[in-house]
Write a protein that binds this ligand. Structure first.
Ligand SMILES: Cc1cc2nc3c(=O)[nH]c(=O)nc-3n(C[C@H](O)[C@H](O)[C@H](O)COP(=O)(O)O)c2cc1C
Length: 250
């Protein structure tokens, strides 16, 4: 009789799945069949959470709702960019109307810690390289940033909210849901991109969904079928395992 532990999935199949997942930043407009979308979301919420509280909520936007939110986010991005790149009148308009100023529930880091900055720069550089964007070409970089708010053409966005009362533990649980969602999508041939950018402005998302007062918008995910655009070939590498493992004190 064999005492080998039951293995629900061949480890090689698991490794192939998790190691081949990557962020997708160009999507076909084809809608995701409702059953597939629900299966991905159902898988996602199997993730563990503190005392099984599931201190997160997901808001899913497809079709007309997706278009409306994306248009609102693009309008805010454009207003913000006009204020940053434009003249005095543009800056004054934003100062008065506040349209375009971030209203997210969390502050997006502007300055990265010194020890993390090189990885951030390498990631940005790698992305611009596959897109053929010169780092000095500000308009092209701005256009690429705007693609975030166009959901990279994806037919669906999932917005992730966390319960403020559980602080970082809710964020931790949402992270587990996020990765489970990304892998569940990948397993079904869907592409996805987690996007902190989709939480810079919370207003358009809050207007579109009945969000309980104690929930905060953490991030969004664009979801759909990938194109074969060069940007989807971007594979930022990882620090080697030994760089992540802490050595014992000697
Ligand atoms: C929480 C989170 C937020 C992210 N925000 C963005 C974003 O706003 N825009 C974007 O293009 N990519 C975003 N990414 C994708 C990362 O850049 C990407 O995961 C990382 O470079 C590793 O690449 P990979 O996902 O292809 O393995 C985000 C990823 C995570 C986990």
């Amino acid at each position: 009789m064999s005492h080998a532990p039951a293995r629900p999935l061949d480890p090689q199949a698991w490794a192939a799945l998790t190691r081949s997942r990557h962020s997708v930043r160009d999507f076909r407009p084809d809608p995701i069949p409702e059953a597939v979308l629900r299966a991905v979301l159902t898988d996602a919420i199997t993730a563990p959470s503190w005392s099984n509280t599931q201190p997160y909520r997901l808001a899913v936007a497809s079709g007309e709702l997706r278009d409306r939110i994306s248009a609102e986010l693009c309008a805010r991005y454009d207003a913000g960019m006009r204020a940053r790149r434009g003249g005095l009148a543009d800056r004054a308009r934003v100062a008065v109307t506040r349209h375009g100023l971030p209203d997210g529930d969390f502050r997006v880091p502007q300055r990265y810690p010194d020890d993390l900055q090189p990885a951030r720069v390498a990631c940005g550089r790698g992305l611009y390289d596959v897109l053929g964007i010169d780092r000095a070409d500000r308009p092209a970089r701005d256009r690429q940033m705007r693609r975030n708010f166009e959901l990279f053409g994806a037919p669906t966005a999932v917005f992730v909210f966390v319960h403020a009362g559980l602080r970082e533990y809710a964020v931790l649980d949402a992270g587990l849901v996020l990765q489970t969602l990304l892998l569940a999508a990948h397993a079904r041939g869907l592409g996805a991109c987690a996007q902190g950018a989709l939480a810079i402005w919370a207003g358009p998302v809050r207007e579109a969904f009945a969000v309980p007062a104690e929930y905060r918008l953490l991030c969004g995910v664009s979801l759909g079928y990938p194109t074969d655009a060069p940007v989807n070939a971007f594979r930022p590498d990882r620090a080697p395992l030994d760089a992540v493992l802490l050595p014992p004190r000697t």
